[in-house]
Write a protein that binds this ligand. Structure first.
Ligand SMILES: [Zn+2]
Ligand SMILES: [Zn+2]
Length: 321
């Protein structure tokens, strides 16, 4: 399915979402490694991520030997230990080593990652996952607690904020992960668990402030768009939608669709250039049948935008720029 195609970063992100749902996930893993070997990555710096993905797929399918080989190559593909993705690849390797019963090696790898806990937002999750694979949740709890204590001490007081909802800080992820691990260990809820709950509520509230999400997914086919915005560029319109959808999917949203609007429908609501008018129209469309276009299509299926081209040749690459 990927043979001879150049793989872009957007393709990789898309495969990360879809690979396990395909008929032959292990084939996808092999294709990924082959794309690296044959220099078919549009961005050669993606090699580590592509091999990590191959390792994850093989791990999920319990092909631990293959998973370890991919993970070894992924680790080697990252030039520096602090390159984004490198910590994840190392933790993945530790996880696979634990599953293979090679606990001493696994523990050595994951211990080397411990300093990342206070440096990388995703470290709390990948370090805990590795330790969990070795049934060492108690160690995870100890490491996370110490990292949280260190960060709180450095700040001198409980944090008022942990970053904007779309990018909460390292401390938030540490607290959240610690909270999960402690719950799994049946430990009593402590003050820092309270803090984790409070920050989580605060972030959810921030994230759910309706920044007119529905209006973000309002789509006009070309003929309609040219009537609504004769001065604007339909390609930019499609690119903005594709990017918004990728962002939502990366944030865990599923069952996504764009709302197909018409010029007449929009203008019936008022001035098309008014954001409030567009938001109101999008809400109307949400409740109507036949206005939802499911996203994403299969790579080789017709694009959601109605161009008649394959998705991979049309809007999929638009999320890149
Ligand atoms: Zn709680
Ligand atoms: Zn398209």
């Amino acid at each position: 399915m990927l043979a001879n195609d150049v793989l872009t970063s957007a393709d990789l992100a898309e495969l990360r979402r879809s690979a396990l749902g395909t008929a032959d996930p292990l084939g996808v893993a092999a294709d990924l490694a082959e794309a690296v070997d044959e220099g078919r990555l549009a961005n050669p710096e993606d090699a580590g991520d592509a091999l990590s993905l191959a390792a994850e797929i093989a791990e999920v399918r319990s092909r631990l030997g293959a998973a370890l080989q991919y993970a070894d190559r992924a680790v080697a593909a990252f030039p520096e230990e602090d390159t984004p993705g490198s910590g994840f690849a190392r933790a993945l390797r530790a996880r696979i080593l634990f599953r293979l019963g090679r606990d001493d090696e696994a523990l050595e790898v994951v211990t080397a990652l411990r300093p990342m806990l206070t440096e990388q937002a995703d470290a709390a999750a990948y370090v805990s996952a590795a330790l969990a694979a070795g049934r060492r949740d108690a160690t995870a709890e100890e490491w996370l607690s110490e990292a949280v204590d260190g960060m709180l001490e450095a700040r001198g007081e409980a944090p008022e904020e942990v970053g904007p909802p779309e990018a909460p800080g390292v401390l938030f992820f540490l607290l959240q992960q610690r909270h999960r691990v402690r719950r799994d260990l049946n430990l009593p809820h402590d003050r820092q668990d309270d803090l984790a709950d409070r920050l989580e509520t605060q972030l959810n509230r921030g994230a759910q402030q309706p920044p007119a999400d529905e209006a973000d997914l309002l789509f006009f086919p070309q003929a309609e768009f040219d009537q609504v915005r004769p001065d604007a560029d339909w390609d930019a319109h499609r690119a903005r939608l594709e990017k918004a959808l990728v962002r939502l999917a990366d944030g865990g949203a599923t069952g996504l669709s764009v709302l197909r609007g018409t010029a007449a429908g929009l203008t019936a609501n008022g001035d098309p250039s008014d954001a409030a008018v567009r938001a109101r129209y999008a809400r109307q469309l949400t409740d109507l049948p036949d206005t939802h276009i499911a996203w994403p299509p299969e790579r080789n299926a017709t694009c959601w935008c109605g161009s008649g081209l394959k998705y991979k040749k049309c809007c999929l690459p638009r999320s890149r720029s």
